[in-house]
Design a protein around this ligand. Structure first.
Ligand code: AMP
Length: 170
């Protein structure tokens, strides 16, 4: 299946100069969505994931079904003010704007093997911040999996030695 057929390019969204990759046609199609999740889940399984982590908000769309498919738990990394218990927080730059992410301090046990899932790897800022939060918890990030990677932004370089898989490259 060619997943490229389910991604729509939206020029100048949310800002001029940004070519937004709209994933909603893909997740709205039962076969494309299932195919993508199965591919992402097989990478997470091969890396020995014990927990799937996904950043707010599109990381939830991909991370939770991957966790379900592998019979694992899912831990959300959220925008500030959303998680009710004590959190670690990290602020970072985006391709457009900046963002802060938070994780509950007690959700993950030290040494647990984590695969992070998200819709798209752009500059890598989101995933880098997520990795920082997980390292504060003593977790081991064994892989990162994305539906889409924007190769020209070189986000992968930020992730150093962590194995990365993306189903689509632009
Ligand atoms: P980054 O932190 O730069 O890797 O960006 C990560 C997040 O921003 C991704 O999870 C996407 O949800 C969103 N994002 C960044 N650039 C784009 C883009 N060109 N099209 C769609 N989403 C984007």
């Amino acid at each position: 299946m060619d997943l490229n057929n389910y991604i729509t390019n939206v020029p100048d969204f949310p800002k001029e100069g940004i070519q937004f990759k709209d994933i909603t046609p893909l997740i709205g199609d039962n076969e494309a969505f299932r195919f993508a999740i199965n591919e992402m889940a097989s990478f997470a399984r091969a890396k020995g994931a014990e927990v799937i982590v996904g950043p707010d908000a599109r990381g939830f769309i991909f991370g939770t079904p991957i966790a379900y498919a592998l019979n694992l738990g899912f831990v959300p990394v959220r925008k500030p003010g959303k998680l009710p218990r004590e959190t670690f927080e990290k602020t970072y730059d985006l391709e457009y704007g900046s963002n802060t992410l938070a994780i509950h301090k007690t959700e993950i046990t030290p040494g647990q093997k984590i695969v992070i899932a998200d819709d798209l790897l752009a500059t890598g800022g989101t995933i880098d911040a997520t990795i920082d939060l997980l390292s504060e918890l003593g977790a081991e990030v064994v892989g990162c999996v994305f539906l889409i990677e924007l190769d020209f932004l070189k986000g992968r370089d930020k992730l150093k030695d962590i194995p990365v898989k993306s189903l689509l490259h632009y």
